[in-house]
Design a protein around this ligand. Structure first.
Ligand SMILES: [Zn+2]
Length: 211
């Protein structure tokens, strides 16, 4: 390869220096690639002076995305939603998810972002299945948040969870109530008594589900 001239000063004959770049991904994948940088002995300019490394970096990022999406879809395989159902609600061509999973087709950056969201928040598929209708989406979101909240309390004996808005003339509170066993515990009795004194805004925001 013939020597390249410095694009900064125009007189220096550049020195080609091998270097490495480590690329990382939110899913924890890390890859190191070998690139070349240049250094000018005349003016001292250094780095990727011609932008040669960009293509190598983008190609490697595409590989990383393919691996990340494939791994997310491996985990998705165990869920109760089928690939074909997910493709239908997301408007993706048939077999897209299988192709991403077996890495025969590389997902775009946008598709990867979509898969990351669905991996984090599987209930987004339910939102899509509901045609992205806003009120329905809010209900699905809140129910999912309550489920997560319940998990975060690490309560193992929760039988059911309900939530809603309780109002009196001056204020309103959002509540989440967990029924923990068949015999009503003291705390729940106290809560029930407290709530009894307040006016419950029926229908405004009330959800119940079984854990
Ligand atoms: Zn130079």
């Amino acid at each position: 390869m013939s020597k390249r001239m410095c694009p900064v000063c125009g007189i220096g004959v550049l020195e080609r220096i091998p270097s490495t770049i480590t690329l990382s991904d939110p899913s924890g994948i890390e890859k190191t690639i070998e690139v070349f940088e240049y250094k000018c002995p005349s003016c001292g300019a250094e780095g990727d002076l011609f932008g040669d490394n960009e293509q190598t970096v983008q190609k490697k990022y595409a590989e990383i995305r393919a691996e990340a999406v494939s791994s997310m879809l491996e985990q998705f395989s165990g869920s109760k939603t089928s690939f074909s159902a997910a493709e239908r609600v997301l408007g993706l061509p048939q077999r897209t998810l299988s192709k991403w999973k077996n890495k025969s087709v590389a997902p775009s950056a946008g598709a990867t972002a979509l898969m990351r969201y669905i991996h984090l928040f599987p209930w987004l598929l339910e939102v899509a299945d509901n045609k992205f209708e806003k009120r329905g989406a809010m209900r699905i979101h809140i129910a999912a948040a309550m489920r997560d909240l319940c998990d975060m309390t690490k309560a193992t004996d929760v039988k059911s969870v309900s939530a809603g808005i309780v109002e009196n003339p001056n204020n309103a509170i959002f509540f989440v109530s967990m029924d923990k066993s068949s015999t009503l515990p003291v705390q729940a009795q106290r809560t029930a008594t407290t709530l009894g004194k307040l006016m419950v805004n029926q229908g405004a925001c009330e959800y119940t589900y079984e854990t």
